[in-house]
Ligand binder design. Structure first.
Ligand SMILES: [Mn+2]
Length: 432
């Protein structure tokens, strides 16, 4: 008997992969875990007759000689079937898109980093020219959109977008998809969000804004991930964490959302025994108090920081500066010679102004070129700390319409970062 298994808390990518595997391996039996996501449950209840899913309790473990595992690479995340992991002669076929290596030793595997697991399976379905029904195409696209945040998570690959195009060609229905992906945001979720906002705090780590929120919940609450997503958006932080403790059941659910490359939720949650993607992740911790969880997150977030790029990695130094007393004429010469559009003005070591090509337009009459730079320089200089992120530099440049930011540490100018420096970062052209 050949069965197909996927991870607990089944999402659409996992369900889609389960169904895709039935098309790639005719005769195999798709087994749905008991614990599945809320919106997946509604989808399954409506499409039950079409899907032919089985429960693990229906399966006679002794009869299994082949297992196809989709969208997961850790035995511990698979309900019940982890028990057969040691069975001798068991064939294990693995389809997985997670970056982090797992503990499943497959006989055959397709493991590549991809935004969604279903993308890998669609590649094979296309190769074999397996026809898809509109319902299958819709389910697959729902999984693809959910796992890639509608292709907006940084983990999305070009192949995910091609697969999405293919599924639309196969008549995937965006209206149906939207109605299942639309988050269940009800009264209970609203109350939790309001409570979180009342004691919300914002922290800073090396240029990232982070908010960690602890809250007691009673019993099971659906769609906490939606609440955390909205919380992050309202707080306007780079990353948000919700620590939801259920004291009766002695457990903590941690849910994280990140909007920046430098804070990878998948990595952070993995360190706490959970999992996820760069943009979204979660973990369940037993018998720990929320304060300890918070301390753990703080440590992980700070550890995560060290590998991320800071302004000090991008900036140019030493910086060419000019004193305030040289004439505008001399300043113009230096600008031309150095081929830059602006230059910091320093008095001793202290940054006191900035002169740029723009400032020369203020000059009326050639004799005024003999006046000192300090008469024309802009004095409210926008500078940046060396520990800030490239994203923050870009935000400042847009906000104040400046093309360069002096990098200042302890009141001393130590470098300069320009638009092109930040562009190099965003387009991933960093030298190794
Ligand atoms: Mn997935």
């Amino acid at each position: 008997m050949q069965i197909i298994a996927t991870h607990k808390n089944t999402d659409f990518d996992a369900l889609g992969s389960l169904i895709a595997a039935t098309l790639l391996y005719p005769g195999s039996i798709p087994v749905l875990p008991k614990a599945i996501n809320h919106n997946v449950k509604s989808f399954v209840s409506i499409h039950k007759d079409l899907l032919n899913l089985r429960e693990s309790s229906d399966i006679n473990m002794d009869k299994i000689d082949s297992i196809i595992i989709v969208d997961v690479n850790h035995w511990s995340r698979i309900e019940r079937f982890d028990k057969i992991s040691q069975k001798s002669g068991l064939e294990i076929i693995l389809w997985d898109h997670h970056r982090i290596e797992g503990d499943i030793q497959a006989t055959w595997k397709c493991q590549e980093e991809m935004g969604a697991n279903i993308t890998l399976m669609i590649r094979e379905l296309r190769n074999r020219q397996v026809p898809l029904t509109p319902v299958q195409a819709t389910l697959f696209l729902t999984g693809l959109y959910e796992d890639t945040g509608s292709l907006m998570f940084p983990s999305s690959q070009a192949e995910d977008a091609f697969a999405a195009g293919y599924l639309l060609e196969q008549k995937a229905d965006l209206a149906v998809l939207g109605s299942f992906l639309r988050p269940a945001y009800g009264e209970r979720q609203k109350n939790i969000l309001f409570e979180m906002l009342q004691h919300a705090e914002r922290l800073r780590f090396n240029g990232y804004s982070v908010s960690i929120n602890k809250l007691d919940i009673h019993g099971h609450v659906d769609s906490l991930a939606v609440v955390v997503r909205m919380y992050r958006e309202i707080m306007n932080v780079d990353a948000a964490f919700g620590i939801f403790s259920d004291r009766e059941r002695e457990r903590c659910i941690v849910i994280g959302r990140s909007n920046v490359d430098g804070l990878n939720m998948g990595t952070i949650m993995n360190s706490m025994g959970g999992g996820g993607h760069p943009g979204a992740g979660s973990a369940m911790l037993k018998a720990v108090n929320p304060e300890a969880v918070e301390a753990m997150i703080l440590e992980l977030v700070q550890g995560n920081q060290q590998v991320s790029i800071q302004i000090s990695d991008l900036m140019s130094f030493p910086v060419i500066t000019i004193p305030p007393d040289i004439t505008m004429e001399e300043a113009a010469l230096i600008l031309r010679e150095k081929g830059c559009t602006g230059i910091p003005v320093v008095d001793g070591e202290k940054l006191i102004g900035m002169i740029s090509r723009r400032d020369f337009r203020k000059i009326k009459g050639a004799n005024r070129l003999k006046l000192p730079v300090k008469a024309f320089m802009s004095t409210n200089v926008i500078s940046i700390d060396p520990g800030k992120s490239p994203m923050q530099a870009a935000r400042l440049m847009v906000k104040y319409d400046v093309g360069r930011l002096p990098v200042v540490e302890n009141g001393k100018i130590i470098g300069i970062v320009t638009r092109s420096d930040t562009m190099i970062y965003f387009y991933d052209m960093m030298p190794d």
